[in-house]
Design a protein around this ligand. Structure first.
Ligand code: APR
Length: 249
């Protein structure tokens, strides 16, 4: 029989115990940065209500109108410079300090708020907003906070592009991610609607492996809620700081 997830306000659940040596995989989505003032994608007023995904987040859109795409990401870069990490980012950084390599922090977010909260080794599966790469040559991606009005060019003559993963492109580092999932004892997703794959499918993969407890934390029930053991509803900044408790360490 397929177990039914328990879905309830977050304060109805106790803390998640992490025993010594247990591996924790945290996947964050736009909801973790919402309280910092970074807009999410699919909520009311979210980015995909104001922009067409096909125009600003696909390789085809970039080919058609690179200036439009650069203006979109330049606005996001400017906004990123004005926001601060919130209590959820800080709590995850603290967890990293406490359990070190036993935490694998993977984010779908392109912002740098986990790093700015103090997290190390954050896995940016959808790339980074403050990084730019060449659309053609093998030059390494480079840190870049600039806002562009016109599409910039690489030394090789081709267009430079934001170092983010667009729809139809392969997320970064999937083999390392799946390796980490294999070792996971506790999987926690924070603030992701569960609409975008492969990230939305990590929880079903873990269900299939049958080893990890799988917990969702976020404002609303996600689309992939059925695959979690629990969905703890509430704001990340309210719930994440008291989510974990270290046992036998
Ligand atoms: N605390 C917790 N969760 C929140 C909060 C909050 N304060 N505010 C909003 N949320 C939840 C929403 O209920 C929603 O389920 O965060 C989720 C955000 O969902 P999306 O906007 O779909 O963002 P995400 O799941 O991260 O999107 C995945 O889609 O467009 C792509 O590449 C983009 O990485 C992104 C991917």
């Amino acid at each position: 029989m397929v177990p039914i997830p328990k879905i309830a306000p977050g304060n109805e659940f106790g803390p998640l115990l992490i025993k010594r040596g247990e591996r924790v995989f945290v996947l964050t989505g736009a909801g973790v940065s919402a309280e910092s003032g970074v807009p999410t994608f699919r909520d009311a007023g979210g980015l995909w209500e104001q922009h067409r995904v096909e125009d600003v987040a696909t390789p085809e859109g970039f080919e058609r109108a690179p200036e439009l795409v650069w203006r979109f990401y330049s606005e996001r870069r400017k906004k990123a410079a004005t926001v601060q990490p919130n209590a959820a980012h800080l709590a995850l950084a603290r967890l990293g300090e406490q359990i070190g390599d036993d935490l694998f922090l993977c984010t779908q977010n392109v912002d740098a708020l986990h790093e700015r909260a103090g997290s190390r080794g954050v896995w940016h599966m959808h790339g980074r907003l403050l990084s730019t790469r060449c659309s053609e040559c093998s030059r390494a991606p480079f840190d870049d906070e600039s806002a562009y009005e016109k599409a910039p060019r690489c030394d090789c003559g081709a267009l430079l592009r934001p170092d983010v993963v667009w729809f139809g492109e392969m997320p970064y580092g999937l083999s390392r991610i799946y390796q980490a999932l294999e070792e996971t004892d506790l999987f926690v997703t924070v603030g992701s609607s569960g609409a975008v794959y492969p990230a939305a499918g990590f929880v079903s993969h873990l269900r299939h492996l049958g080893r990890a407890r799988c917990i969702y934390v976020g404002l609303e029930k996600p689309e992939n809620a059925h695959a979690f053991d629990e969905c703890r509803l509430g704001k990340a900044g309210d719930l994440v700081p008291s989510l974990f408790e270290l046992a036998n360490r």
